[in-house]
Design a protein. Structure first.
Length: 222
């Protein structure tokens, strides 16, 4: 879980600050695929679904290579769609591990943080999928001539500003689909924090109650 959270922090906060070379982008894609596959083996019980996740992850890596060496609109759109599907699966797997019954541990809290970052990262590629079809779907205060330069760094910024409902005003949705995605992300961001905190508090109280019951001498129960 430590490696997983570190990867998410790297991908969502530090990577957009720099322009990665080809080897850096390939290494990041490989880390993403390995994280998805390891998460599938850790959280999914059925082998069929594990196999589907592995095939999807490998397909994402293959399409990513095509985009790097022979970019086209179709391959870029397919790459974004596959990454969106992989991240959606990863969100479900992370939340499944984080919210399952049990004591509250550091790893569970880290899983909750990772889930929040994954939600913002997932919506990033949802926005990117729309922007690839409609370049002016999101208005930025300082538009660039090449819209591809805004993917995904500015979209990561826009996604997390929306998720946290900050709204600086330097970027806002224009296309109806992006507006719907922004409303959904804002709602999910607020509800996720409330549900996560309530679940962790409930788990902690349940564990404490079970421990206190176990410490009560049998004579007092007679």
């Amino acid at each position: 879980m430590v490696f997983f959270l570190a990867f998410l922090v790297l991908a969502t906060i530090f990577v957009p600050m720099v322009t990665l070379p080809l080897l850096g982008r390939l290494a990041l894609s490989l880390m993403f695929v390995l994280t998805l596959i390891s998460g599938a083996f850790a959280t999914i019980q059925h082998r069929i679904f594990i196999g589907l996740v592995v095939i999807l992850a490998i397909s994402t890596m293959a399409v990513g290579l095509v985009v790097e060496f022979a970019p086209s609109h179709i391959s870029s759109t397919l790459d974004t769609a596959l990454r969106l599907a992989c991240l959606s699966i990863l969100v479900i797997m992370t939340l499944k591990r984080t919210l399952r019954p049990g004591p509250v541990t550091v790893y569970r809290v880290m899983g909750g943080i990772a889930g929040y970052l994954l939600i913002g990262f997932t919506w990033t590629f949802a926005y990117q999928l729309v922007v690839q079809q409609v370049p002016g779907a999101i208005h930025f205060a300082s538009p660039l001539a090449d819209i591809s330069s805004r993917q995904p760094s500015d979209l990561i910024y826009y996604s997390f500003v929306t998720l946290a409902t900050v709204g600086y005003g330097d970027a806002y949705p224009v296309h109806p689909v992006v507006r719907s995605l922004a409303v959904a992300e804002a709602l999910v961001g607020q509800l996720y924090l409330a549900i996560l905190i309530a679940s962790l508090v409930g788990m902690a109280l349940q564990t404490r109650s079970a421990k206190e019951d176990a410490d009560i001498p049998e004579e007092t129960l007679v």
